[in-house]
Structure formats: structure tokens, C-alpha cells
Design a protein around this ligand. Structure first.
Ligand SMILES: [Cu+2]
Length: 475
């Protein structure tokens, strides 16, 4: 392959030297072969650059294999190339693709492939139907540039897709795409399991839920957390990032958004038309988009489906971690927290004690601490940690009988003050998510934590405003 590549470079440079325009513009004959580099998500093969169209050999193996949907939840995935989404294929307009589709002998079912980049019956599905232990070869010429979905189209089609049989094929225009610093491959999919979100063990596919479009998991790259924590995609301040984003479905459309970024350019639906300065782009099931943006400031930028319960309760959440120097001109961080006293308008009056100075007046007794603390809990913590502190499996750790909480009150104060990311273990379960810093006063934090410590079987500690103050001073 290296040899052929070198030969091509040599040939094309000869032509350039001769300045023979006519010959230079002729496509490299299809006899010049090249083996396609395929990559697993979130990686993307190298750009096609200035190379001419070629005969491109794509070797893909179908594997049915067990994987982990989230902590303790197993799923039997059906895959193109061993991953969900399947291997990324990168081609150039005019390439003649010779596709070798292998169905591993250990697999149980026949499969095939429908590539949306194919002009021909079934997008290749009819010619590629392959039984376990067989290999099918078919070929097609890529005519239209763009980012295309491929998927299995063997009956029941929905089930094959729901089990993970989809991926992306990029067809670059003749001149290639403009250079960027980082490129990544992200693909959303919805999953339907017999058990509910987080129910442990090997979870079979649930046909009825799939028909009802009642997804248990909606995830990027095949599983909860495929792009969070240590798996996050990365970039450095000042770099340009291009995301190839697909949606395998089978059912749901994606409102793709990156929290804290604006897409400078979006190839709408993966085609030629470019939209600029976009907040959220809609990616249909069986569709794709190319989004590009420059990262100007450091931090963790969260990739979500902005149908937001999907992000926080069903898994559609990823992370882009950007490192580098702060730029206070673009983003200052918190500058001040001032007292806000509206003027004018209505008649001003001092709130009465009864009306709600509670949070500003220090609690005078344990009973008051618990009462005020409960109010803060119900306003602030409840949404994630739930009414009885029971949390949400695999998303928000429990505060009820939490060994993590009870072990170290200072640490708990620090978490409420500064937020928390990174892996922690609470009552034997791993969590790797994000709790944002809560903007609460020392009194409010003391009260809410005292309430938490004195509820739901916890260790009955009292957290005083002085303790909060000293933890706050540490940073
Ligand atoms: Cu299949």
C-alpha cells in the first residue's frame, strides 16, 4: 500500500513537472489500487488530500459481540468492524470502491450493508447479503461528495440497526476538505432493552419498545460514557475542530449541540450547503452533519442531544476537553457576586421575616437548619439527587446512606462549593459525571448538608457555616 501511494505521488509529480494539463486532469486509472484505512470511533482516517480518484479496497468484518452499555449492563451488539458505530470509511469523489464484506463464522445471522453514498439498488444491500462464514464483494463508484450513513438492511431492518449496525462513509470533494487541526467521529443511536435504564445484566433487545420509540438508552458511540471522562475527545486552545456527526437512529432525530461552543460552520445534513454560526443542528435518523468550530478557551465542552432528558437521563452526553491558556477577553469566568436590589418600578419594602429572609438569617436551632436545608435541597439538589436522596442509577449518585458522603464532610462541602467531575465510587457503584458548582451562601450550604446528613439513614452530622467558610477559604 505504501508502495502504491509512493508510486502515485511519483506519477503525479511527473505530470506536474511536464505541465501537461490534459494528462494531469485525467483520473488515475482504476487499476491503481489502494487499501482503505478504516478507523474505530472517535477516530477518523487521514484526509484524502490532493490524491486522485482510485480503486479503493474496503475490507470490513461483521462481528456480533457482547459489550457494555453502561456500568453492569451488557448488550449483544451487532457491529461493522467490532465497534458501534462501525468503522469510518473515507473516500474521494470518483473512487471506485471495491467492498469486501465478511460475516464472521461465529456470527448467528446473515447481514448486509446499505451505504447512502451508493448510487444503485438498495445502496448495495442486495449485492452484499452475506451469511455467517462468507464474504461478499461488490463495487460502486462514489459520485456525490458528502457525509453519508451506512447501515445493515437485513430484515427485520429496525432490529439490525437498533443493535448497532450503522456507521459513516465520507466522500471528499475532488480538492479535499479544508485542513483542520482535529477531526473526530461521533454517532448517536437509540437502544431498546427489556429492562429499564441501568437494570443490570445482559439486556435483550425489546421489539415492542422499539416499535413504540420508547428508548432506554440514547447514546453517542454505542454506550453511555463512550466520550466522557478519560474517553473525552480533546483539543488545544486555538485549534479548529471538525466533528463528523451521524445519527444511526433507528428512530430518533438528534438536536446536536455543544454546550459552550458555537458551530462556525455546519455542512447541513452532510451535504454542500454550509450554514454559519449555528447553536444546534438537527441530524435526522439515517443522516449526518459536519460541524466545524475553533476552540478559543480552555474547559470541558459537553456534547449533547439538546432534547435534554436524553443527555442527562439516557446517556446522550459526551465531552470535548480543551487545554490551554485562558482568554479573559472571551470568557471571564465569574467576576463578582453582587447583591441585587431592584430600584424604581414597584413600591419597595423590606421583606418580613415570615416572607423569606430565611436563607439570609442564620438558622437559630437545629430544627431551623433542617427546615431551611430542606428548602434548599428541594430547590437545588432535588433535580439530580431525587426526592429521597436515592439518585438516578448510572447518572446521579445517591445521597441516601452514601458511604462517600458520610466518610468525609469537608469533601462533601467542597463538592457543593466547587462541583465535581471524575470517577467516584458511591456504595460500590462507579459514577463518572459532572456536578456543577452550586452558588449558595455558607449558611445555605451548612443547612442543606446538615439536612442531608440527618435524612435517609445518613450519619447525623451537623455542618456549620464556620466549617463551610473554612473549606471555602482553602481554595
Ligand atoms: Cu445486520
Amino acid at each position: 500500500m505504501l508502495f502504491t501511494a509512493a508510486l502515485v505521488l511519483f506519477l503525479s509529480s511527473c505530470k506536474d513537472n511536464n505541465e501537461n494539463k490534459e494528462i494531469a486532469s485525467v483520473d488515475i486509472p482504476a487499476t491503481v489500487e489502494m487499501k482503505a484505512t478504516l478507523t474505530s470511533p472517535p477516530h477518523v482516517p487521514p484526509p484524502t488530500g490532493k490524491r486522485k480518484a482510485k480503486k479503493l479496497i474496503v475490507d470490513m468484518e461483521i462481528l456480533e459481540k457482547e459489550g457494555e452499555m453502561t456500568n453492569g449492563v451488557k448488550y449483544m451488539y451487532w457491529t461493522f468492524g467490532g465497534t458501534v458505530p462501525g468503522s469510518f470509511i473515507r473516500t474521494k469523489v470518483g473512487d471506485e470502491v471495491e467492498f469486501h464484506l465478511k460475516n464472521h463464522p461465529d456470527n448467528k445471522l446473515p447481514h448486509n450493508i446499505d451505504l447512502h453514498a451508493v448510487t444503485g439498488p438498495g445502496g448495495g444491500a442486495e449485492s452484499s447479503f452475506v451469511a455467517p462464514g462468507h464474504e461478499k464483494v461488490f463495487s460502486f463508484k462514489v459520485l456525490n461528495p458528502g457525509l453519508f450513513v451506512y447501515h445493515c438492511a437485513t430484515a427485520p431492518v429496525g432490529m439490525h440497526i437498533a443493535n448497532g449496525m450503522y456507521g459513516l462513509i465520507l466522500v471528499e470533494p475532488e480538492a479535499g476538505l479544508p485542513d483542520v487541526d482535529k477531526e473526530y467521529y461521533v454517532m448517536q443511536g437509540d437502544f431498546y432493552t427489556k429492562g429499564n435504564y441501568g437494570d443490570r445484566g445482559l439486556q435483550p433487545f425489546d421489539m415492542q419498545k422499539a416499535i413504540d420509540e420508547d428508548a432506554d438508552y440514547i447514546v453517542f458511540n454505542g454506550k453511555v460514557g463512550a466520550l466522557t471522562g478519560d474517553n473525552a475527545i480533546t483539543a488545544n486552545v486555538g485549534e479548529t475542530v471538525r466533528l463528523y456527526v451521524g445519527n444511526g437512529g433507528p428512530n430518533l432525530v438528534s438536536s446536536f449541540h455543544v454546550i459552550g461552543e458555537i458551530f462556525d460552520r455546519v455542512h447541513i445534513e452532510g451535504g454542500n450547503s454550509i450554514n454559519e454560526n449555528v447553536q444546534t443542528t438537527l441530524i435526522p435518523a439515517g443522516g449526518a452533519a459536519i460541524v466545524e468550530f475553533k476552540v478559543e478557551v480552555p474547559g470541558t465542552f459537553i456534547l449533547v442531544d439538546h432534547s435534554i432528558f436524553r443527555a442527562f437521563n439516557k446517556g446522550a452526553l459526551g465531552m470535548l476537553k480543551v487545554q490551554g491558556d485562558e482568554n479573559k477577553n472571551i470568557y471571564s469566568g465569574e467576576l463578582r457576586d453582587d447583591i441585587y436590589l431592584p430600584e424604581g418600578g414597584g413600591i419597595q419594602s423590606m421583606p418580613s421575616i415570615a416572607e423569606g429572609l430565611e436563607s439570609e438569617i442564620p438558622a437559630k436551632s437545629m430544627a431551623e437548619m433542617l427546615e431551611f436545608g430542606k428548602q434548599t435541597y428541594m430547590q437545588t439538589c432535588f433535580a439530580c439527587h431525587q426526592g429521597e436522596g436515592q439518585g438516578v442509577p448510572n447518572a446521579f449518585p445517591p445521597l441516601a446512606k452514601s458511604d462517600y458522603l458520610n466518610a468525609d464532610p469537608e469533601r462533601a462541602i467542597g463538592i457543593v462549593l466547587h462541583g465535581k467531575t471524575g470517577e467516584i465510587t458511591v456504595n460500590g457503584e462507579k459514577y463518572n459525571s459532572v456536578m456543577t458548582a452550586q452558588t449558595l451562601s455558607d449558611d445555605e450550604i451548612a443547612n442543606v448538608l446538615t439536612y442531608v446528613y440527618n435524612s435517609w439513614g445518613n450519619s447525623k452530622k451537623e455542618v456549620t457555616p464556620a466549617m463551610v467558610k473554612s473549606v471555602r477559604a482553602e481554595k
